[in-house]
Design a protein around this ligand. Structure first.
Ligand code: NOJ
Ligand code: CA
Length: 672
């Protein structure tokens, strides 16, 4: 589909200056290229600390750095340090993304610190960009197994900032957010986003997680604005175990004077390595529909045994036909392979055996004839031992059939049962699957993932992730309030693309009420989506995913005038601008794909008016627009189905006021 982005990654220019000096006592300062960020690095009483200022506001007070290997063996007392400085100025073009060119400018300092009572050396690398800074550790111990017990890295915030957070959990990221002061956030999952009293925004997360465990962010019991990295441990208590070289993920602190700047930043990608130079033209962002919502509603089932099977040949053909007729690129099929009846048992799935009512050969041929991509599914139920045994065969099977896209899933406790979802065992598993998928030209949509960390820059086949309390919760629980999606762009989505699966039109879940069978314990029979129709379409633009799903059953889209806004919707962009935003309250975004702009807005439980101006159109030409917005009486609980479609013309100096209803939104397409 509609991508013009170049597929070969390219650097514009680089300056590399290396200066090197040795100190026994030192204070060193690192500035970002435009000097808006200042990091001070100090050895104080033999310990290493950093502190940070952003736009002259002190945001982080002295924060400790160091590693603990085991009792009485820490790298935390140092006698001297050597400093290396370098600069990098460049830009690169991603295979897909929120913009077609990413500027990558940073200044770097490497600290080589020598331990006080011994001969070991620790390297701590700091980088300052204009939209944040980051640091990572490097430690080498030749041919030895390194057992890391703790990383001491602190984030000692200088103020009791206002923050948006979810509870840390070693197994899931599917949670609702709190908005409190940081002193009231005892243990949080990254990204941890906050606003200082002066109005600056900070978000802490990690980039490039590989051969390490993921982190949570833990409050100091006595100093409640001081937090530190807490690693998800192996069952034997070790946090990270590697052979000779320990390289931590980047501990990234994103900074912006406004909320929109957080969304526009590419810090997490810039902290990852460029992809190898090779042909990535097979990696194409897509929009898709799927045999999916009907199972979550309990209208049909993943398994065969109750004669309510969703993934039949016939049903899939209907979806393929609908996609082909309506500007949709792909169809996801869940529940086509055997094993769903044995969920939770070892080796439940072999990933290659279709149920007898599903002819996968016929389906792939049929999809090909209509130019539709099939998105295959690997639900593991968390049984990693079994999935890894089957991995090659499972990818080869899809590859032979011409299936390029695979959604993976890890719903359920991890097998081996001693390990956590977010520990090193799983980090290595997810990264193994990513690399293996690349070998088989497979593009991934990972559900129940580890928190994304920008590895997609290096492996552009790692396309999207869940790792969020997504749409499915609206089908079988009390669901997600309208404010949830006004928080996500500034929290979870900063880590990477998000397969939230928006686009439900039958908001009250009424149309198939009589066919629904309860299957989930959280379902109290009152489930509903909590937004208006215009909000649902707007989410497809606001919550960025290069695989973007229109998740409702096709019966609910058939002949619906608002579906025109979903047809041919791009999922990769030449530019993205956040026009206005307040975390948890509203978000308005404009994204351009070639000559078309998509402008979308959402609001929380409060109705509000947005004043749009179109100066981003730059020239004085006339543009056509079509707008889908809330009706006068729209309301996310009472009248979510009401909407208005308006067409007209505008130019760069036009102004427009758009009203969003409670839980509402709007979507506008602007073209020459
Ligand atoms: C949870 C995933 O998030 C959802 O999308 C999927 O349908 C189910 N697991 C079943 O695999
Ligand atoms: Ca899920």
């Amino acid at each position: 589909m509609k991508t013009n982005l170049k597929n070969i990654l390219k650097l514009s220019f680089i300056t590399l200056i290396v200066l090197s000096k040795t100190f026994s006592f030192a204070t060193e300062v690192l500035f970002s290229p435009s000097k808006n960020i200042e990091i001070k690095l100090q050895l104080i009483d033999k310990k290493l600390y950093y502190q940070a200022k952003f736009n002259n506001e002190k945001i982080i007070n002295n924060s400790l750095l160091g590693l603990v290997f085991q009792e009485n063996d820490s790298l935390v007392n140092f006698k001297s340090m050597k400093i290396e400085k370098s600069e990098y100025r460049g830009s690169w073009e991603p295979v897909w993304g929120q913009s077609d060119k990413i500027v990558e400018n940073y200044n770097e300092i490497s600290l080589l610190v020598n331990e006080l009572n011994g001969s070991r050396q620790l390297k701590v690398v700091f980088r300052a960009y204009d939209d944040g800074f980051a640091f990572r550790y490097k430690f080498y111990d030749n041919d030895k197994i390194v057992n890391l017990m703790e990383e001491l890295s602190q984030f000692n915030f200088s103020k009791n900032n206002n923050c948006w957070w979810i509870w840390a959990d070693y197994n899931t990221l599917e949670k609702l957010y709190f908005n409190t002061k940081i002193a009231k956030a005892p243990h949080v999952a990254a990204p941890f986003t906050m606003q200082t009293p002066k109005g600056n925004f900070i978000s802490v997360y990690e980039a490039a997680i590989d051969k390490y465990s993921s982190m949570t962010i833990l409050q100091n019991e006595k100093e409640k604005t001081n937090f530190r990295v807490n690693l998800v441990r192996w069952s034997d208590g070790v946090a990270v175990r590697v052979l000779d070289s320990l390289i931590s993920p980047w501990r990234a602190v994103q900074l912006s004077p406004n909320a929109g700047g957080l969304m526009e930043s590419s810090l997490v990608l810039n902290l990852n390595e460029p992809a190898k130079e090779q042909d990535y033209s097979w990696i194409k962002p897509i929009n898709y529909i799927g045999i999916w919502w009907e199972m979550h509603l309990g209208v049909s089932e993943w398994k065969l045994e109750n004669n309510r099977h969703g993934a039949t040949t016939e049903n899939t053909k209907r979806y393929i036909d609908f996609a082909a007729k309506n500007g949709i690129d792909g169809v996801l099929i869940e529940g086509w392979n055997t094993g769903w009846e044995d969920w939770g048992k070892p080796d439940a799935f072999d990933f290659v055996t279709p149920y007898p009512d599903f002819d996968i050969y016929e389906i792939t041929k049929y999809a090909k004839s209509k130019n539709i991509e099939i998105i295959g599914h690997h639900e593991t139920g968390g049984d990693i031992v079994s999935y890894e045994k089957n991995l090659d065969r499972a990818f080869k099977f899809y590859n032979n059939l011409g299936i390029k896209y695979v959604k993976t899933g890890y719903a359920g406790p991890v097998n081996p049962p001693t390990e956590h979802h977010h520990g090193q065992y799983m980090v290595e598993h997810y990264n193994k699957v990513m690399r293996k998928a690349m070998e088989y030209n497979i593009i991934l949509d990972v559900h129940e993932p580890i928190i994304p960390s920008g590895l997609a820059r290096t492996y552009p086949n790692l396309m999207t992730f869940e790792g969020v309390r997504g749409m499915e919760w609206n089908a079988w629980s009390d669901g997600n309030p309208p404010s949830h999606t006004c928080i996500l762009p500034f929290t979870r989505a900063l880590a990477g693309p998000m397969d939230y699966t928006p686009g439900i039109f039958d908001i009250k879940l009424e149309k198939f009420k009589d066919k629904r069978v309860k299957w989930n314990d959280l379902d109290r029979g009152e489930s509903s989506v909590h937004s208006t129709i215009s909000n649902q379409i707007a989410l497809m633009i606001i919550l960025y995913s290069p695989m973007q799903m229109a998740s409702d059953m096709i019966e609910n889209y058939e002949n619906h005038p608002a579906f025109e806004f979903i047809k041919n919707m791009p999922t990769t962009w030449n530019e993205t601008k956040v026009l206005d935003a307040k975390i948890g309250e509203y978000v308005v975004v404009a994204r351009r794909n070639n000559k078309k702009w998509y402008i979308a807005g959402i609001t929380n439980e409060k109705a509000r008016k947005i004043n749009l101006n179109f100066d981003f159109l730059k020239d004085s030409k006339e543009y056509k627009f079509s707008l889908c917005s809330d009706g006068k009486k729209s309301h996310y609980e009472k009248r979510p189905h009401l909407y208005n479609i308006t067409n007209g013309t505008i130019s760069s100096n036009s102004k427009m006021q758009i009203r969003m209803a409670k839980g509402g939104g709007f979507i506008m397409i602007v073209e020459e």
